[in-house]
Design a protein around this ligand. Structure first.
Ligand SMILES: NC(=O)c1ccc[n+]([C@@H]2O[C@H](COP(=O)([O-])OP(=O)(O)OC[C@H]3O[C@@H](n4cnc5c(N)ncnc54)[C@H](OP(=O)(O)O)[C@@H]3O)[C@@H](O)[C@H]2O)c1
Length: 355
């Protein structure tokens, strides 16, 4: 038997998660030599993602939302990349295949050939529910890129920019939380379409990176007056609302007529959300805000990984080593206080050249 360490969901947090929300369990084991049949395979996990939306999954199972709640005392689940290390003769995967999909956060995962997927997960993941996608990575990107810029957050930016932004050259886009994985991609997509980009982040170092990504105006929302910036450089035609809450209320004042808003709401994920008081701006300015959940897209994989590999699109990542570092990494990611730099936060579970 081989140790198969796991990151367990240990306790439902009230407000901000704490170290007790998680438990790093080293007592779990797996038989890597077990007989495999009926399409089964074993995957060694290389890296897993930590994303703000996971805070929403830390809730009682009876509270329904768009994503399934984490099961108490079971491993967290989320996007990861691994390598198939064993496969039954009739498995759809072969040893050495690198795969991407929803995985439990542990070192090794046994997948029965026919995975049972509950209705909630199916609704959340759509066509990709239960299936692992083989990644060829002909671009030679680090595997972590496939859970970041070339993964779910990248797809979020790509899909919403194409489907909702309705962006026109010369317009003004505002992108909050610009140094996160969604923000980084959104800034670059907006610049590629000829928009003027205003973006904000929570430290001067992050702000310098927003400028490197092409933002025309970048500011530290903790030390600068957002309203003054919008008054000088707005009005905003496309508002990429990563943060929401009180700052959303301020942004609404500076929206242009017929502006579009694309939504995330990270300021409210840890508890009660700020009650925005000027929603009448939607009527007065004929604004449109549309929710969406990122989905698989062939178009995305056909274009974005290549651009990332050739440096046509930049991306920055923030790596934490080992599942044991995940509680610290998750809390730091939510608070914007990543000790390992900034950008897409992920956990390196095994080294990239694992096979
Ligand atoms: N609809 C979808 O399918 C979908 C998919 C993925 C993501 N999203 C949403 O998109 C947004 C960005 O996601 P992401 O993965 O790129 O995350 P992210 O930017 O890495 O989010 C974390 C960062 O947000 C900032 N932040 C946290 N609380 C804040 C607050 N109260 N005020 C201002 N900034 C705050 C912090 O950075 P600073 O240091 O800059 O403060 C923090 O590091 C989130 O709202 C997320 O839920 C939606």
């Amino acid at each position: 038997m081989t140790t198969n360490a796991q990151l367990l969901f240990n306790q439902i947090p009230k407000g901000e998660p704490t170290a007790e929300t998680f438990k790093y369990n080293t007592e779990n084991t797996i038989d890597l030599e077990q007989k495999l049949d009926n399409g089964a395979h074993i995957v060694k996990i290389i890296c897993v993602s930590l994303d703000p939306y996971m805070r929403g999954r830390m809730r009682p199972a009876e509270v329904k939302s768009y994503s399934p709640a984490f099961d108490l005392h079971k491993p967290l689940t989320g996007h990861g990349v691994g390598v198939v290390i064993r496969a039954a003769a009739d498995s759809q995967y072969k040893v050495g295949d690198h795969v991407y999909g929803m995985v439990p956060y542990q070192q090794f995962v046994f997948f029965p050939g026919q995975q049972k997927v509950d209705a909630e997960t199916k609704k959340f993941l759509g066509a990709s529910a239960g299936g692992l996608m083989v990644i060829k990575n002909e671009e030679g990107l680090p595997w972590s890129a496939y859970i970041g810029a070339a993964g779910m957050p990248g797809k979020t930016a790509f899909m919403a920019w194409k489907e909702i932004a309705d962006a026109k050259k010369g317009e003004v886009a505002f992108i909050s939380a610009g140094s996160g994985p969604v923000g980084q991609m959104a800034i670059q997509l907006a610049k590629a379409d000829g928009l003027k980009v205003i973006s904000s982040a929570g430290s001067d170092e992050k702000v310098a990176y927003l400028k490197e990504l092409g933002a025309d105006v970048a500011f530290n929302y903790k030390t600068e007056d957002a309203k003054k910036i919008f008054a000088e450089h707005g009005p905003i035609d496309v508002n990429w609302v990563n943060v929401g809450g009180k700052s959303f209320e301020e942004e609404l004042e500076f929206m242009n007529m017929h502006g579009r808003l694309i939504g995330g709401w990270i300021s409210g994920y840890n508890g009660e959300s700020y009650g925005v008081r000027n929603l009448f701006q939607f009527v007065a300015k004929r604004l449109m805000m549309r929710g969406f959940i990122a989905k698989y897209s062939d178009d995305f994989y056909a274009t974005i990984p290549n651009k990332l590999a050739f440096g046509d699109l930049k991306f920055k990542e923030c790596k934490y080593d080992g599942l044991e570092s995940a509680p610290k990494a998750f809390l730091e990611m939510l608070a914007g206080k990543q000790s390992g730099g900034f950008g897409k936060v992920f956990i390196q579970v095994a080294s990239d050249d694992t096979n």
